[in-house]
Design a protein around this ligand. Sequence first.
Ligand code: AHM
Ligand code: MG
Length: 324
Amino acid sequence: MVTGGKTTLQEYVEAEWQNKSQIQGLNAVILAIAEGSRQVQQQVQQAALADALGTTGETNVQGEIVQRLDEASSSIFVETLSTSGHVAAIGCEEIEDPVIVDGETGGGFIVLMDPLDGSSNIDVAVSIGSIFGIWKKAPGETVNDDSLLKKGNEQVAAAYVVYGSSTVLVLATQDAVCGFTLDAQSGIYYETHPNILIPDACPYYSTNEGNSKGLDEPTKKAIALLRDKYSQRYVGSLVADFHRNLLKGGIFAYPADLNRRDGRLRLMYEANPLGFVAEQAGGAASTGYERILDVLPKELHQRTPLILGNKDVVESTVSVISGD
Ligand code: AHM
Ligand code: MG
């Protein structure tokens, strides 16, 4: 594989964080995510051949049908993260209670994840992804279930992986947002998208138009304004929709509606991590009434409305929804 002297993910995290003692160990957490995603990517590619598509027949804590790949991805990431030596606890969309890692082998970070996002697209060879928010536990803190209920603005990093026509890992820290593409042959991620910033232009809006009739009047108006102005792109996998909008410009909206009064997406596993990535890349994330990263979580699996993408368009959309 010709990589043109590109920096590997490992080289990047080691160089970035070598002098930052407060985030010692974060590189190991990121490499655990990278290794997990390499394994998940293989399973996603092979699933039909290995007869691993379809559902497990169970429903998860969200009341949603569990896909076999959801379960496999969850197990893979729990394994790579909990054996990294630097993760104290894991919260997972597919697991009811937090996984608290043994004090002997645990570490200083708390990871909340959606191990396989885009359930409806798993069986049909459409892009799906994995999402991670990373928090640091307080010095001396004994981790318990409540330790996971931290605000999004306390994240030290966030990442997502999109399993699309190529597999791309996007990592956001307080310093930068960078993208790395997996060389599937060697299993190594190389830096391919340095210093990502959302473009000023916003060509796209992404929303499920099938929900329009259930919206309240201000939200209906806000979506109509987006429809009038922008082209629609909606994959139905949040990671894929967000990744396109991050690189090309765009706004994603999954507001509350009559059937989903708290919205559909999960605050801790989807909105907070992608909200952090968006803000670090110059964008914004809102519930429609409040900045996502300021929401005080009440419970691990809580849902939230989500308006995410170009800052100016998120702000104008939110002002219509909230009537400000
Ligand atoms: P999942 O985490 O169970 O896959 O659900 C979240 C997904 C998002 O990826 C996507 O944006 C949304 O649900 C799509 O919902 P809908 O099918 O209602 O448009
Ligand atoms: Mg999801």
